[in-house]
Design a protein around this ligand. Sequence first.
Ligand SMILES: Cc1ncc(COP(=O)(O)O)c(C=O)c1O
Length: 378
Amino acid sequence: MSTSNTIMEFAHPGIRALHPYEPGKPVSELEREYGVSNALKLASNENPLGPSPMALEAARGALEQMERYPDGNGFELKDALANKHSVSPDNITLGNGSNELLELVARVFLSPDSNAVPNSVFSEHAFAVYPIVTQAVGAKAKIAKANPSSHQMPYGHDLSAIRGLIDDNTRVVFVANPNNPTGTWLASSELESFIRDVPSSVVVVIDEAYFEYVLEDEYSDSIRWIEKYPNLMVTRTFSKAYGLAGLRVGYSVTQPVLSDLLNRARQPFNVNSIAQIAALAALSDHEFINKSVSTNQNGLQQLCSAFEQLGWSYIPSVGNFICVDVGRSGAEVYEELLYKGVIVRPVANYGLPNYLRLTVGGQEENERVLKSMKDVLG
Ligand SMILES: Cc1ncc(COP(=O)(O)O)c(C=O)c1O
């Protein structure tokens, strides 16, 4: 047996069996590998307007002090977030992107001990990080059937199916609202009855990465339920509407007992100083957020009306992305689009083999992706 096999054998079984998260192809990689220039990336649900200008200016200033460690407690950012959400800073945990919070909750609650193997429950077609963080710590993922036939919300989460899978070994439930990649969402009343119904020993994570984009009247701000439910954890991010994906900053809101546990498990300086300062500035950049949201609304309308004219079906989305049915292998169409310098996201790994997920861009970017898709699909 070679040395590398021996090393493999001693790795954690969960990690050995893991398929790593596949990020959207970076523009530089496409240009290098396919010899194209002026590539367009609509693959990672990034903000087409760039970062908040106020955040950018603050980040530039913060560079001057990069010899210093960041504030490990994120005092100012937590204080501003606490004000924004009318909670205490003790309710907030900062993360290196909201992904880190998803990983922390798994490490805190899903790591097996000598008793039965713990499990997490989430929906089919749900965000790819939930199975990864579950498996990485050696826990079991239980996947609830989605709602493919729902007219209003095809492929959306079925909360009663999720509830039905919760058993004595369930420690965490992940609910994405809205979900990526389907863009489906859950109404406030339905979601709160679900949270009320879940045993209090199970942490319910409501992942609201796309919160700012959702304009539906029945959509909830789950943070207002924090006081009522000690097992509730709401996650948000600066990566999407605030345009700070590259800096990696997100947060969770929970009761203090839960934030204390998450804080014990994180690295001491998990959010870097530039990210903290930029996020703090972005929080006051209301003009930018409004512009991001209206650009997204216009873009969604532009894409949906084009899909309708072309007779392509799509999953109605409230996020800054949308899944469209390309009528054949999404992976093949994705490859063909790469030659045109356009990067989108195939979603076969999400159980949607004939779909592509497009991030909503600005008007010209949307025109370009539509034109390239028309060329490829004929
Ligand atoms: C549903 C959902 N949750 C969480 C995240 C994590 O984002 P970040 O780690 O950048 O905050 C994403 C990113 O795409 C997402 O789609």
